[in-house]
Design a protein around this ligand. Structure first.
Ligand SMILES: C[S@@+](CC[C@H](N)C(=O)[O-])C[C@H]1O[C@@H](n2cnc3c(N)ncnc32)[C@H](O)[C@@H]1O
Length: 248
């Protein structure tokens, strides 16, 4: 299935010529930044690996790595994937929580994956997809809660990123807004002991976000998977062992 290039800057299913590792003719007329982007794609081992493993995006390996190290996704769990397009994290989660299996014919526990993005996400077997929905809108968070059907989530993960304006302070501020929106939602829908994983761009507010996540999660740390590019300010905060909301 071809995912439109516009959907994810590191989307891999963009051109058959990527296989041949040459810059396609139509890209030669494009701007310098497009050519640099293509050059980087062609030399990126994770792009190739993602294609081989049928992941929609190289981002899959960030979650794969985090999961290999911290075992955050287990069969039978309920996962909410926020900012999920084109869907590679959802693909990883479906496999790990075993949400594609028929409960009658599997011995493992069957989980649930609910994914949301403001962009379109092509269907993924084993996942409930909420496409074209801005996560920050209360009505869309209500839709997510409805999909939980009165149950709680074991994992809330956000790989959301705002549209970059090129003005760093503004972009960081918008990213932080998305992180806090995900955190606020996670504490409402998570069960005690749950996990929260959120992407951010390292900036002056990163430490404060870590501190705020620590109010709700017992074990909080910054993680930077190898597959996250060194030249990227991207980093993740992993919060484990949700304390639960103490109503006072
Ligand atoms: C880096 S991509 C996610 C890649 C995805 N984890 C994957 O592996 O395929 C970031 C996504 O965040 C989404 N996003 C940003 N702001 C959002 C919002 N307010 N509501 C929903 N999605 C949002 C973007 O549309 C984009 O698809």
């Amino acid at each position: 299935m071809k995912i439109p290039l516009s959907q994810c800057c590191r989307c891999i299913s963009t051109s058959r010529s990527l296989n041949k590792k040459v810059i396609p003719n139509n890209a030669k007329n494009k701007g310098v930044s497009s050519q640099l982007w293509l050059k980087r794609q062609l030399s990126d081992p994770y792009v190739e690996k993602a294609k081989q493993m049928n992941y929609r995006c190289r981002s899959a390996f960030k979650l794969v790595e985090i999961n290999e190290k911290y075992k955050i996704l287990l069969p039978g769990q309920t996962v909410i994937d926020v900012g999920a397009a084109p869907g590679s994290w959802t693909q990883v989660a479906v496999k790990e929580v075993n949400s594609k299996s028929d409960p009658v014919s599997t011995l493992e526990r069957v989980g649930k994956v609910i994914s949301i993005d403001r962009q379109n996400i092509y269907p993924i077997e084993g996942a409930v997809i909420l496409s074209g929905m801005d996560f920050t809108e209360p009505k869309n968070q209500t839709n997510l809660k409805n999909e939980l059907g009165g149950t709680k989530a074991h994992v809330v993960m956000s790989d959301m990123a705002p549209r970059a304006s090129g003005i760093r302070e503004m972009d960081n501020e918008n990213m932080m807004k998305l992180c806090y929106s995900a955190l606020r939602f996670a504490v409402q829908v998570s069960e005690v002991g749950a996990t929260f994983l959120v992407k951010l761009w390292q900036c002056g507010q990163s430490k404060q976000l870590e501190t705020d996540i620590s109010r709700f999660y017992n074990n909080v740390k910054f993680v930077k998977p190898q597959s996250s590019r060194n030249d990227s300010a991207e980093v993740f905060i992993l919060g484990r062992s949700f304390k639960g909301l103490k109503l006072s």
